[in-house]
Design a protein around this ligand. Structure first.
Ligand SMILES: N[C@@H](CCC(=O)N[C@@H](CS)C(=O)NCC(=O)O)C(=O)O
Length: 350
């Protein structure tokens, strides 16, 4: 009898455990952890728009569109952020910067976020008082060269003049490549992208060193794209990340987790087209992402529908990629999800 009742108790405990494993974990109350001052987040809320730093015209990433607005992968990130933070993807003002100007704009508080084909490097991270949010796109530098008979490899550019932009990682890459391969490259350094496009398309430089995805788009802008070839070498690692200024931990977390939420949405098959159905999903990951359970938005100081709104208004990571980069011939490559053999990965939302 005693044994039976003991068994009964154990059985009940097991049952309880089984039930606990099925049920959603209890949601912790939003933590009242102090984040210190949140000057950027406060500014965004009181202005009711996000000041987003973009490039002056990087094909596929951030470029003026025919309606007088901005479009591109980096632009869509700011739109998603505005949807998450302010509930409206249109609440963004764009400010264009050259490679040289971009970090000062962030340091001086002219912009809230820099979303502009910007490579995360050691020196930028450590020396500039900035925070790199997370990798949104993996690229590498390359050469777009004017075609000439027999030109197939970058080392054959010996003696060529190469356009680069001041303040870009590409300046150093060209110098390193020449030194490593014992060739001579004559850098022609410009402040603005338009000057580079002119110099390249008019034959003042034989090649342009930039990140390969942007070069693919640049080639399509040439009066005759067939005059140019994207050489096969990948010369560097150029992981692009949105950037914020140090000094507002909460804002950094918001920007970082908005990026992760777009990736997580793709991973869970949540798209702008199937949100209504996904709201009824019984997958706990999807429920947390979309704010059905958990208080993840609240924990960030946002609405619990923050990620839902970002995906509804702008799309998940894959949709953003397909809208902006696929049409200019950039395939997912290493930017596939980790679960599909790529490098794109988001920490779990739990
Ligand atoms: N990813 C590299 C290159 C970024 C960069 O700014 N490249 C120049 C061209 S080489 C550019 O995008 N210019 C666009 C512009 O000035 O609007 C970096 O972070 O330094």
């Amino acid at each position: 009898m005693r044994f039976a009742s003991l068994l009964g108790a154990a059985g009940a405990a097991l049952l309880a455990f089984g039930a606990a494993a099925q049920a959603p974990a209890p949601t912790p109350a939003p933590a009242a952890v102090s984040r210190g001052a949140t000057p950027v987040f406060d500014g965004v809320k009181s202005r009711d728009y996000i000041r987003c730093g973009v490039s002056q015209g990087t094909p596929g990433f951030s470029a003026p569109n025919s309606q007088g607005g901005w479009a591109g992968f980096d632009v869509d990130f700011c739109r998603a952020l505005a949807a998450a933070v302010l509930g409206d993807a249109n609440k963004v003002r764009y400010q264009a910067y050259s490679a040289q100007q971009r970090f000062t704009a962030l340091q001086s508080g002219e912009i809230d976020v820099l979303s502009r084909n910007t490579t995360w490097t050691f020196q930028r991270d450590i020396q500039l008082g900035l925070e790199f949010v997370g990798i949104a796109f993996y690229d590498g530098a390359g050469f777009l060269a004017r075609k000439s008979p027999g030109l197939e490899r970058a080392v054959q550019l010996d003696g060529a003049s190469v356009c680069v932009q001041t303040g870009s990682t590409n300046e150093l890459i060209v110098a390193d490549f020449a030194r490593t391969n014992n060739i001579r490259l004559n850098p022609l350094v410009f402040q603005n992208l338009e000057q580079i496009f002119d110099a390249l398309f008019n034959g003042r430089c034989d090649a342009f060193n930039w990140d390969r995805a942007a070069l693919a788009g640049t080639r399509l802008r040439a009066p005759n794209p067939d005059d140019f070839v994207l050489l096969p070498e990948v010369l560097s690692k150029e992981p692009y990340s949105p950037v914020v200024a140090q000094g507002d931990q909460r804002w950094l977390e918001i920007v970082r987790w908005t990026l992760f939420s777009l990736v997580e949405a793709e991973e869970q098959g949540v798209t702008s087209a199937n949100l209504a159905e996904k709201l009824r999903s019984n997958d706990p990951n999807t429920q947390r992402l979309l704010g059905v359970t958990g208080n993840f938005g609240t924990m960030l100081g946002l609405s619990d529908r923050w990620a839902y709104e970002a995906v509804r208004q702008v799309g998940n990571y894959g949709e953003i990629f397909a809208r902006n980069l696929t049409p200019i011939g950039i395939d997912r490559g290493v930017n596939r999800l980790w679960s599909q053999g790529g490098l794109i990965y988001a920490p779990a939302m739990r």
